[in-house]
Design a protein around this ligand. Structure first.
Ligand code: SF4
Ligand SMILES: [Zn+2]
Ligand SMILES: [Zn+2]
Length: 312
């Protein structure tokens, strides 16, 4: 069924076909309902938005910026991490800078090169590690550390329903239920002042909807993908879920909705797990050293070995 006489640009799960205007209203309404339903944003916030220059983060920034203009007590600023991925992140950061300039959003950029001594591309030459493992650990570490330095009250990320669905399935496949307890629209099992609360306002939006919103609102020109993504476990799960969704529409919604029913119990189950603090940097850690410091040590050792080889 069509929404009006205008040309439809998308067909929703339930079969409804929406034009640009009605889809934009539908999408923004869904994000606002998600924010209200899960109590993601308070009346007064100094909100950070993790921006990569991709469709999800620009869509999120666009909508939160509109929200901030209507509610001046909700201030927003953007944080971007330059991992150092040639021909990908350098390009997407140009998009992020242009976007933030245009919409008058302060953009803070931190790089792996400055913080850990080299870009991700070089780390992968000296360490035998899966790209997304080290990239994810260093990025999460920097986002939390820098959010605290910037005194942000919360950090919004562009994770959508497809991302969450993949994370739930990956944790199931790897028998890592404790990691699932940290998922959800509000990340983590309990409030901890050493973790800036991460929130996911696009939680109930399908990737297809986010891409359509970004495209019809001219938020970016092209959709690029990280060259390392094909090597990741997540990409395999993503392809599997996309195949399943095509055969059985509604699968992704069902997975996330049923997960939301058991999530409060999961958070309760793990809320008393002790959080340690890294003896090196003071950031939260599961043992006496955080994963970022462990990888930073490995990097330093690998660099020393490379220097010895060069001298010989
Ligand atoms: S796909 Fe992997 S390597 Fe690329 S930006 Fe994402 S986490 Fe990093
Ligand atoms: Zn319409
Ligand atoms: Zn540490």
């Amino acid at each position: 069924m069509n929404c009006c006489k205008e040309k439809p640009i998308i067909e929703l799960q339930a079969g409804q076909k929406l034009c640009k205007k009605h889809f934009t209203e539908y999408f923004e309404d869904k994000v606002h309902k998600t924010i209200t339903k899960f109590d993601l944003i308070g009346k007064k916030e100094n909100l950070g938005v993790a921006v990569s220059g991709g469709k999800d983060s620009l869509t999120l920034s666009f909508i939160l910026n509109k929200l901030s203009k209507r509610n001046p007590k909700i201030k927003i600023e953007a944080i971007a991490i330059d991992e150092g991925i040639k021909n990908y992140r350098d390009k997407s950061l140009i998009t992020a800078k242009e976007f933030c300039n245009k919409h008058n959003i302060k953009l803070n950029i931190y790089s792996f090169k400055e913080e850990f001594g080299m870009p991700l591309d070089n780390m992968l030459k000296v360490l035998d590690v899966k790209p997304c493992t080290i990239c994810g650990i260093f990025r999460r570490y920097l986002l939390n550390k820098k959010s605290k330095e910037l005194r942000l009250t919360k950090l919004a990320t562009g994770h959508n329903l497809d991302d969450e669905c993949q994370s739930i399935m990956m944790n199931q496949f790897k028998n890592n239920i404790q990691a699932s307890a940290r998922l959800g629209p509000k990340v983590g099992v309990k409030i901890n002042k050493n973790f800036v609360q991460r929130i996911k306002p696009l939680y109930l939006c399908m990737e297809k909807e986010v891409a359509t919103y970004a495209f019809v609102n001219n938020l970016l020109d092209e959709f690029a993908e990280c060259p390392n993504v094909s090597k990741s476990y997540r990409a395999q799960v993503r392809d599997m879920m996309n195949g399943f969704e095509q055969k059985f529409p509604g699968t992704k919604y069902s997975i996330v909705n049923s997960f939301l029913h058991v999530l409060p119990g999961l958070k309760q189950r793990f809320k008393d797990e002790a959080v340690n603090y890294c003896m090196n940097c003071g950031e939260p850690a599961s043992r006496d050293k955080c994963n970022a410091c462990k990888f930073a040590d490995k990097l330093n050792k690998a660099k020393d070995k490379a220097l010895v080889k060069i001298k010989q």
